[in-house]
Design a protein around this ligand. Structure first.
Ligand code: HDL
Ligand code: ZN
Length: 423
């Protein structure tokens, strides 16, 4: 059958599955790092098992108290998580099954009683080459990093010029500036930017200059911030001033979008550290105001609450300068990915970015993208089935075009990246 001949309804899911498997995706938000950024990049079985999603689940199955857990070494922590969640209990949760899937696809035995075999395998890997193997298994061509440019652990890594590995794109993460400016004004001042903790004086133009210097250094594809569920815009606060006079102008200077990730209820349980954040419903009038007041800016948006998803689709229909992306964090589970993606397709057609992995540990991209393809195949096939039943032909070429657009082209076009071959 040629690429241009109509697909029969019963062949749809096979064709969609094949096209999803054959198209390398761009992972538009991760916490992965290019190998040139050294130990910031996490990989291997001990990191996979001490992922904060699994730490949260450990405390539900094991009476071990957090303080005692934090006192352990990384390998002791991984051992207790493996024993508790994978040996003594069935790894049925999404995060647990993900580790099983990644191990299995790497040729490791997820039924093993201990981590000895896995640790030996990872010790033998050469990172730059291994990244290629993992990205191939995940079906991704590149990943966007999260570069916290005021993090004392990361900033010095860029002094040597920073990565030029085409598999990794930079994104400037601005939480310390937008959410905790006063606490980080000294760090900015120490780097030669004349800012004041109050945000007064030349602070706004200096923050804009700081961001411009980082755009030159890191060539980011977007700037980003994670915002609490209580976030609002505009208020009479310093964050409103920073958005208006520094950050959004810096995005316009660079011609790149601002990524807003809204809805975190931070540290509801500080005892479990990174695992201690929760989710809350945000007031999307803030987003409405930003998209309307800044028509020259473009906004990538991902929301943490399931309850905000439908109104995000409505707003995306009102503002073409806003691009919904991903099923973030607590939403990255097949049952919710399916619900959210269907309502996006019904309201936006293929003009959104369905998913990002949010991977913190390299090998997570293997299972997170396996899950996305597994969820997307029947969903996309059903979308095309309805179109055929309502009178329109669908060809393999249509499917290839739409999958490339959803998982590559929408992002490349929205951030102004030159379109790269999808092969
Ligand atoms: O702020 C973010 O980018 C979130 O993704 C957090 O890193 C969160 O802890 C996370 O890892 N979610 O998957
Ligand atoms: Zn993230």
């Amino acid at each position: 059958m040629s690429n241009h001949s109509p697909i029969s309804k019963d062949a749809l899911e096979n064709v969609v599955t094949e096209v999803l498997a054959a198209t390398p995706f761009i992972d538009v938000h991760t916490h992965l790092f290019a190998p040139e950024l050294g130990s910031l990049g996490l990989w291997g079985i001990d990191e996979l098992l001490t992922y904060h999603y699994l730490e949260a689940e450990l405390f539900r199955f094991n009476p071990l108290q957090p303080e005692a857990y934090w006192a352990m070494t990384k390998s002791q922590q991984a051992d207790v998580i493996w024993k508790t969640l994978f040996v003594e209990n069935p790894p049925l949760s999404e995060a647990c099954r993900g580790v099983v899937a990644s191990m299995h696809l790497l040729g490791l035995d997820p039924n093993a009683a201990t981590l000895a075999q896995a640790r030996e395998f990872f010790r033998a890997q050469n990172l730059p080459e291994y990244i290629g193997k993992v990205f191939k298994l995940a079906g991704i061509s590149s990943a966007v990093m999260t570069n916290d440019i005021l993090d004392p652990a990361e900033a010095p890594q860029w002094s040597k010029g920073g990565p030029r590995d085409p598999r990794f794109h930079a994104a400037l993460r601005l939480d310390r500036i937008l959410n905790q400016f006063s606490a980080h004004a000294t760090a900015l001042d120490a780097q030669g930017y004349k800012v004041e903790a109050s945000g007064g004086g030349k602070s706004m133009s200096e923050v804009r200059r700081f961001l411009g210097d980082w755009v030159k250094r890191a060539q980011p594809v977007y700037m980003a911030v994670s915002l609490d569920d209580t976030f609002f815009y505009p208020l009479g606060d310093l964050r409103t001033k920073l958005f208006r006079e520094a950050v959004l102008p810096a995005c316009r200077d660079a011609g790149i979008p601002m990524s807003l990730m809204i809805g975190v209820r931070r540290q509801v349980n500080p005892a479990i550290r990174l695992a201690g954040d929760a989710s809350g419903v945000a007031d999307l009038r803030a987003l409405e105001n930003l998209c309307r007041d800044f028509p020259e800016n473009r906004f990538l948006v991902s929301l943490l609450s399931r309850e905000n998803q439908h109104e995000l689709c409505v707003y995306a229909r009102k503002f073409a300068n806003m691009m919904p992306f991903g099923c973030w964090w607590f939403l990255n589970n097949p049952s919710l990915v399916e619900e959210i993606t269907r309502e996006r397709m019904e309201m936006l057609g293929p003009s959104f970015i369905p998913q990002h992995s949010d991977a913190r540990i390299l090998e997570q991209v293997i299972y997170k993208w396996r899950n996305t393809r597994r969820t997307m195949a029947p969903l996309l096939a059903n979308t095309y089935r309805l179109l055929i039943e309502d009178g329109r032909n669908v060809t393999r070429q249509d499917v290839e075009r739409d999958v490339a657009r959803l998982f590559r082209g929408n992002f490349e076009q929205f951030v102004g990246m030159k379109a790269s071959a999808a092969r």
